[in-house]
Design a protein around this ligand. Sequence first.
Ligand code: ADP
Length: 480
Amino acid sequence: MNTRSIRFRLVIWYAGLLMAVFVLLGILMYGGLKLYLEQSLSRAQISRAHQIAGTLLANIGKTGEAYVVNEINAWFAPETNDRFIRITTEGSSVLYASSSPRDMSFDASHVPLYREPKKEGSWRRQKLPDNKELLIASTPYQTTGGKRYLVEVGASLEPIHDVLHRLIVLLVVGLAVMMLVATSGGSFLVQRALAPVDRISRSAEQISLHNLKDRLPIAKTGDELERLSISLNHMIARLEDAFQHNRRFIADASHELRTPLTIMRGELESIVEGAYFASEVQVTAASILEEVERLTRIVEGLFAISRLDAGEAQKEMVRFDLAKLATSTAEQMCLLAEDKDISISCNAPADVMVQGDRPRLKQVIVNLLDNAIKYTPAGGKIKMSILACDDEAILEVEDNGIGIPTEAHPRIFERFFRVDQARSREMGGAGLGLSIVKSICTAHGGHVGFQSTEGKGSRFKVELPLSRANNNKQESTDGN
Ligand code: ADP
């Protein structure tokens, strides 16, 4: 469980707050009930003490003490009614003291004598040695003859403790049930409320430079999430505009540069090949021609990348045999390799059908073979293999050339990146070949990777989705 997720934190907050409110309510309820029960009990005891004093003790001079004792036993029957009644005179001699009740809920003989009669109708808690507690109301009374008595009437607090104990059990069980319902219900509600966030983030993961036309799903909930998805879609639209603008600029700039470069090349070639100029001029013109040719390759590369980024490869998709294309391309490039005394072998045992832009996929093979030839010393070997594996067409180009240093691996597909600037420049490279390979593979839903060890060689691996036979347009010619 992710404890940092919004879902977890919301549920914890919600359950914690609910628990705090419930506990507070429980404390208030417990305190209120305890006060109410104790006050009711004390009021009943006080009124009984007044009754005894007002009716029985008022006439004690005439009726005699024995009569009072009999009357208390007859009217109040403390043992039967689980009550405690005691009347003491001023000198602390006991006129009447009830015995322990029949249910033995307390031991009356353990109630100590009370020597500080306060004002009328006061009450106290009396703890007994056996841990039982009595609530005893006491009221002082003075007869007309001036004799003072203290009337004490009490009852056990046990029944109140019982009720309060049951209330605590009920509250604890209620709290546990409520927490269970709150956490599971809260978790369900939060999950429902946050479900659009999952959908939005899953869609956002899918959006890249190549499908900036896609938009996030809009949760029609009218809440903040709907506003968020609309704002994100506006942001993606603005990004798409900015990228389109950028791509158009590169495409337009490289397109505009192609014509003057072609004219310059033509003019320079005629100077180099013509017989009308001094040899110094021809040498300079040849050097400028080399640079113009390099510039032309860069412009062509940028033009190709900008069109691929704009998704143009998608328009030219046909179904064809990549193995056949790889074999014929390798044969064409053999001459270039032979010039450097490098051998190229091609292993393509079976047809490998793919759906793609044929000229561009040929460009992938050419760029990889060209690099292998460029960066392999004379006498080296280049092996190319193409085969179908599961749902993928796999094309590998392996050489035993100079290899790529480990620190350059992460940047090898970046535009204009070259491991050794001077050396690559000498060989006519501008650092765009592998970027073009990557753009073409991505545009075909494929992937390019490599393994390389400096001084030992490199192996580039292209993976493309295999074409299913049925639903595709099949190319009829085998033209290269
Ligand atoms: P370039 O046009 O300069 O060759 P690439 O994009 O094709 O540019 O390659 C980028 C860099 O990767 C090259 O400058 C080169 O240093 C390195 N590289 C590419 N392929 C190989 C290879 N087969 N062997 C060694 N180095 C390579």
